[in-house]
Design a protein around this ligand. Structure first.
Ligand SMILES: [Zn+2]
Length: 139
């Protein structure tokens, strides 16, 4: 066998192997995509199960100890989110209607969506702070 023959055969073999490999690469890619799709479905179901469980917990239904911990953690996180939302409104100098959640100018007395009278909580807390300060001054 000549050196040239040998090289030619090697090249052919390599090309064949590469073709086979690229075929299986496509197959593997397809399978991985299918796995991702299926895993996404599982994740969605997990989320739905969790949401259902949290709703049950909020309705006062019994949940297991470990799950109860998670539900309480969610309560805590939702509380944090609410606080941050309030902070954003404060920074934007607006407020949310406690009844319908409509964003209103800070000085609006009534919600223009649901008509609920707004309590100016900020004003009250500032007043009470001033009161505390003046009491301290007197003491
Ligand atoms: Zn409202």
């Amino acid at each position: 066998m000549s050196v040239l023959d040998n090289i030619t055969r090697k090249v052919t073999d390599t090309a064949k192997a590469a073709a086979k490999r690229s075929g299986s690469v496509v197959e593997v890619t397809k399978l991985n995509m299918s796995i991702n799709t299926e895993e996404e479905k599982v994740r969605k179901l997990y989320t739905e199960m969790g949401r259902q469980l949290y709703e049950d917990y909020n309705e006062g239904k019994m949940v297991g100890d470990k799950l109860l911990e998670k539900c309480e953690k969610i309560d805590e996180i939702i509380g944090n989110i609410d606080m941050m939302r309030e902070k954003i409104l404060e920074l934007k100098n607006v407020k949310a209607c406690p009844n319908c959640g409509m964003v209103l100018a800070i000085d609006m007395e009534y919600c223009y969506k649901c008509g609920r009278k707004q309590e100016d909580i900020d004003q009250e807390s500032e007043d009470s702070q001033e009161l505390t300060n003046s009491q301290e001054d007197q003491a």
